[in-house]
Design a binder for this molecule. Structure first.
Ligand SMILES: NC(=O)c1ccc[n+]([C@@H]2O[C@H](COP(=O)([O-])OP(=O)(O)OC[C@H]3O[C@@H](n4cnc5c(N)ncnc54)[C@H](OP(=O)(O)O)[C@@H]3O)[C@@H](O)[C@H]2O)c1
Length: 332
């Protein structure tokens, strides 16, 4: 009998996530019921939002319960199907979470094409992070040719796509990332005009030099002090896309923005976003991003851990910036 291995939530973290917040549980792989499909997971995506799900606080999505399998998207292979629309061997995008095997209703799965791009890309630049970059930048940021776009967490899954799309739109793209290696990658490999190392201790001055005409669009992925610094650089009638606040996900107290007045003085449009709001238009983003990838205009990098046992380590590392590119766990 095939054994499943699944990471469940053992406790809610206070502050930083630790490995003790998770429990690895073994059980026989489930059997599909009518209308269900048994999937073997091949790739697990680790994402910053998972920190928010390890909490009972009210949010845009329900948190994981204690004892429940950790939430997460996977790419998997159909092993057995009791839904006529799916055949063994087909590859699918699932919400089965941190486990090796799982059953889902056919309606909860999306078939993935094989041969167009590596399957893991459907968890990254062709998946949820790519869609986030595409809709956040275009729909909320509304960049215009010649404008300056700044994005934080610039070497990561979302940020790397934002800056490249900004360049394709004819804008200047400036990244913010932690450390010289990531900043060099953002400029030399991804083609941003500049990337500022926020750990170098001179963020405001360095950003001001890199954005001599000020900032028209700020794609916000981190929150905290970086957001406050950006408020000092925004142009009149600029836009801030509030996508993420990773610098604050493990904080026990909110940071408390100090430069809020800049919104009034500069008439900045600040809008939060959740990628699911555009779920009816994912096809459009997939076509656009797939086209840029095929044309060699969209570069992409992955950070891969091997084996389900490393999933907690991967999430903890991601929240501390130890990933370099889209964080994945290879399961098979
Ligand atoms: N709203 C939505 O629908 C949506 C969807 C997807 C993602 N997001 C958000 O988008 C952001 C990026 O997600 P991602 O999947 O692309 O992750 P990612 O950028 O691949 O990885 C996270 C990165 O955040 C940076 N970081 C961590 N702690 C930081 C801190 N204290 N200060 C500054 N930077 C820090 C690290 O890069 P450095 O080494 O450069 O610090 C780390 O590599 C997250 O905030 C996430 O929650 C939102």
């Amino acid at each position: 009998m095939t054994q499943n291995r699944a990471w469940t939530l053992a406790s809610y973290p206070t502050g930083w996530v630790t490995e003790q917040n998770f429990k690895l549980v073994e059980s026989p792989a489930p059997a599909p019921q009518d209308g269900e499909v048994l999937v073997k997971n091949l790739w697990l995506s680790l994402d910053p939002y998972m920190r928010g799900r390890m909490s009972q606080q009210k949010s845009y999505a329900k948190g994981v319960e204690i004892g429940e399998v950790m939430t997460g998207q996977t790419v998997g292979e159909v092993l057995e199907s009791k839904d006529p629309a799916f055949k063994p061997g087909e590859k699918v995008l699932t919400q089965l979470g941190w486990q090796l095997y799982g059953c889902a209703k056919g309606t909860e799965l999306n078939k993935l094409p094989e041969g167009r791009a590596p399957l893991s890309y459907y968890l990254g630049c062709l998946g949820m992070p790519g869609m986030t970059a595409y809709f956040g930048l275009n729909e909320i940021g509304q960049p215009k040719k010649g404008e300056t776009v700044v994005v934080s967490a610039a070497s990561g899954a979302v940020g790397s796509v934002v800056g490249q799309l900004a360049k394709i739109a004819g804008c200047g793209a400036v990244g913010i990332a932690g450390g010289k290696e990531k900043c060099d990658y953002v400029v030399k490999e991804l083609g941003f005009d500049a990337c500022i190392d926020y750990k170098a201790g001179n963020l405001y001055r360095d950003l001001k030099d890199a954005c001599p005409k000020g900032v028209d669009v700020y794609f916000e992925n981190v929150g905290g002090e970086i957001l406050d610094t950006m408020f000092r650089l925004m142009n009149p009638f600029s836009r801030i896309v509030v996508c993420g606040r990773i610098a604050e996900y493990n904080a026990t107290e909110p940071y408390g923005v100090k430069m809020f007045g800049s919104i009034l003085v500069n008439r900045i449009k600040v809008q939060g976003m959740i990628v699911f709001d555009w779920k009816d238009r994912y096809g459009e983003a997939l076509k656009a991003l797939g086209g840029q990838l095929a044309a060699g205009k969209l570069k992409y990098r992955e950070s891969v851990l091997e084996g389900i046992e490393n999933a907690p380590k991967g999430l903890i590392g991601l929240l501390k910036g130890q990933n370099f590119g889209k964080q994945l766990v290879k399961l098979a």
